[in-house]
Structures are given as structure tokens and as C-alpha cells.
Design a protein around this ligand. Structure first.
Ligand code: SAH
Ligand code: SF4
Length: 363
């Protein structure tokens, strides 16, 4: 995305210290007092969406702020509510790109699943976002705005407070490292979201995991495995070619050593592809050193891919084989929001699906 040199700075995408510096300079230029910068930030982080809400500033200051900075990188275009209470937003970016995020209520939690890229370049064969392809990187402001605006939506619609954030929407967060790391800092130090309530899910970008190990934030890590050996993983997750399992396991070891935390693994269960008892044993052997939690996700169907989710009894058997060693805990994740295409792997612009269907009909 090219941004004209004189376009307003997206305030939401600056780390809190940088935002304070930019605002202090702005007020100094106008001959206004320094403390105005903090006054603005006291509005920004609880979630102000416009400068007009900042009622303790003069109208002239608010208008000048609006010329230099912007607070609104996303426009909500479609909101869909599932029968199970899941809510999907389709947000329109300033350049016309569309991204999706999902609010998932469960018991006393409300999880926000947000996007880190428009589309994804990594092409995992069971994933709708992968089929959609890569459109562009999201900016830190666009990532953070999904959170800020979802908080507002949840409050206004009786869903309560967002308790958890997972980077499991569109895209591969560690393939967009700088904006994602900035967003983690802004969410944690600006919006005061506890790092332990934020999970970064990765398909296994090794340099990104190592970088995450060095970062100060204590965010959680989930690694999407889907196969316990190189040969099978290569057929499901093309990035296995670039970062094969031994390298991935080394990077996870480094993260675990640095953070002293448990890693979580994600394993999409695809009928007759990766769900045999022998593979469960191999998986247990591969990951048991981490004493991890393994989330088993029945594959959510996507158009144009014939694979089906493993049947419940196969998943149950896979789970008990995994847990046999006593060093792995496994849980089956029930699909949420699949009636509105909000479940894992189903996030992509619906307009794209219509386009694909039309192309398929034409050919
Ligand atoms: N790119 C990151 C995060 C986004 S995908 C990653 O791959 O981890 C979030 C999760 O949804 C991943 O665990 C991914 O493997 C899973 N997923 C993708 N397509 C799916 C599908 N069709 N059914 C079930 N899970 C899927
Ligand atoms: Fe990209 Fe994750 Fe989908 Fe793979 S599963 S294509 S990494 S979004």
C-alpha cells in the first residue's frame, strides 16, 4: 500500500512512547501545553474512535489533530451473527482491501480472533485463507483497530469485555513481523491487555518464533503442526519445505527456554489424511518433551477442497492415543460460527468465493 507523504499519521499504529512523542511535537508546534499529549492518549487507549470524542480539548485542537493524525483505519462493512453467538466482522481498509475478525463467546470468556494479513501467501491446502492467496500486509493500526472496534461492538451488544485475543484470523502473523510485534506492544502497553491473554498462532515461521522468544511481551505461542513427520507435513503445509520440523522444534525449544511457558499445538483433523492411530503415536513422540496442550480441530469444510473432517470417533481415538503417555494433554475444539463461515480456515472475502464460483462455472 502506498501512502501519500502528507496523509495523516495513523495514531493507533504507533507504540505508546512514539505516539506520545508525536503528539508532544504536535502540541509544541501549536504553542499548546505538553500535557495535552497525555490527555489525547487517555482517550486513545480506552478506545476513542474520533477526535471529536475528546471533549476536554478545544474544538480547534481536535480539528488540527484530525488533519495531522487519523484514528479510523477500518470501516465495518458487514457484521454477521451465528446461531451459536459468534460474530464475524468484515472490515474495509482505506485502500479497499477487506479483512475479517471473529468474536467468540464461551462460558465466561470472550475471545477475539483477529487477522494479521489480508489473505495469506503460505497456501496450506485445507485453509480457505490460503486459497484466497496473499493480498497485502496489514499495518499495526489495522491490526489494533480490529481489537478497539470489536471492544466497542461487544460492549454495545451485551457481549461483555474481550478477555482473550488470538492471532488466528486471516494470515500468518510471523510473516508480517514488524506490524504484528508493534501491535503486541500497543495492545499490551497501550490498551493494557495482559500478554498472557494474547496468543500468537503460527504455521512455523522459524525466525519469527526466535524473535518472539527475544521480545519482552509474555504472549502465548500456538504452533500449527497438522502432521508429525516431514513427508506428510510437506503435503499439507508448504512452508515445511523452508522450515522443516527439526528446525521448527529447535525454535520452539528456544522459545520455551526463554519464556518458561507451555507451548500449544494445533492439529487440524482431516479424514483419512492425518488421523490414523499410528500418526497419533508419532505425534505424541514428537511433542511430548514440551508437555503441551494439543488442540485437535476437526477440519472445517472449505469450497473446492474435497476433504472432510475426521469423524468424532476417530478424533476420540486419536486423542486417547495422544494422551496415553501422560505427557500430552489434548482437547477437541468444537467448530464455532461455521454457519456464517467464521470458523478456522474459513476467513476470506465472501465476494472472492462468488468470483471463484463464477470462474468455475465459466470454465
Ligand atoms: N497462520 C496461522 C494463524 C491463522 S490460521 C496458523 O496457521 O497458525 C488459524 C488456525 O486455523 C491454524 O491452526 C490453522 O491450521 C487452522 N485452520 C486453517 N484452515 C482450517 C480448516 N479448514 N479447518 C480447521 N482448521 C483450520
Ligand atoms: Fe496461512 Fe495459517 Fe491458512 Fe496456512 S493455515 S494458509 S499459514 S492462514
Amino acid at each position: 500500500m502506498t501512502i501519500p507523504a502528507d496523509s495523516p499519521t495513523p495514531l493507533l499504529g504507533l507504540e505508546p512512547e512514539a505516539a506520545r512523542t508525536a503528539l508532544t511535537e504536535f502540541f509544541a508546534e501549536r504553542g499548546e501545553r505538553r500535557y495535552r499529549a497525555d490527555q489525547v492518549l487517555e482517550w486513545v487507549y480506552p478506545g476513542a474512535q474520533t477526535f471529536d470524542e475528546m471533549t476536554n480539548l478545544t474544538k480547534a485542537s481536535r480539528e488540527a489533530l484530525g488533519r495531522r493524525f487519523t484514528l479510523a483505519p477500518l470501516v465495518p462493512e458487514v457484521v454477521q451473527r451465528s446461531n451459536d453467538g459468534t460474530v464475524k466482522h468484515l472490515w474495509r481498509c482505506p485502500d479497499g482491501e477487506a479483512i475479517e475478525s471473529v468474536l467468540i463467546p464461551a462460558d465466561d470468556r470472550l475471545t477475539l480472533c483477529l487477522s494479521s494479513q489480508a489473505g495469506c501467501a503460505l497456501g496450506c491446502v485445507f485453509c480457505g485463507t490460503g486459497a484466497y492467496g496473499f493480498r497485502r500486509q496489514l499495518t499495526a493500526a489495522e491490526i489494533v483497530a480490529q481489537y478497539r472496534d470489536s471492544v466497542r461492538y461487544a460492549q454495545a451488544h451485551g457481549m461483555g469485555a474481550i478477555t482473550n485475543i488470538v492471532f488466528m484470523g486471516m494470515g500468518e502473523p510471523l510473516a508480517n513481523p514488524e506490524p504484528v510485534f508493534a501491535a503486541l506492544t500497543i495492545l499490551n502497553r497501550g490498551f493494557r491487555v495482559g500478554a498472557r491473554h494474547i496468543t500468537v498462532s503460527t504455521v512455523g515461521i522459524v525466525p519469527g518464533i526466535r524473535e518472539l522468544a527475544r521480545r519482552p511481551e509474555q504472549v502465548r505461542l500456538a504452533v500449527s503442526l497438522h502432521a508429525p513427520n516431514h513427508k506428510l507435513r510437506l503435503t499439507l503445509v508448504p512452508v515445511e519445505k523452508r522450515y522443516p520440523l527439526p528446525q521448527l522444534m529447535d525454535a520452539i525449544r528456544e522459545w520455551v527456554r526463554a519464556k518458561g511457558k507451555r507451548v500449544t499445538f494445533e492439529y487440524t483433523m482431516i479424514q483419512d489424511v492425518n488421523d490414523s492411530p499410528a500418526l497419533a503415536d508419532e505425534l505424541a513422540e514428537l511433542v511430548c518433551e514440551f508437555h503441551p496442550l494439543v488442540n485437535l480441530i476437526p477440519m472445517n469444510p472449505i469450497p473446492f477442497v474435497g476433504w472432510r473432517p475426521s469423524p468424532p470417533e476417530v478424533i476420540a481415538q486419536f486423542r486417547s492415543r495422544l494422551e496415553r503417555s501422560g505427557r500430552v494433554r489434548a482437547r477437541v475444539r468444537s467448530p464455532r460460527g461455521s454457519d456464517i463461515a467464521a470458523a478456522c480456515g474459513q476467513l476470506y472475502n465472501q465476494a472472492y468465493e462468488k468470483g471463484l464460483a463464477a470462474t468455475a462455472r465459466a470454465s
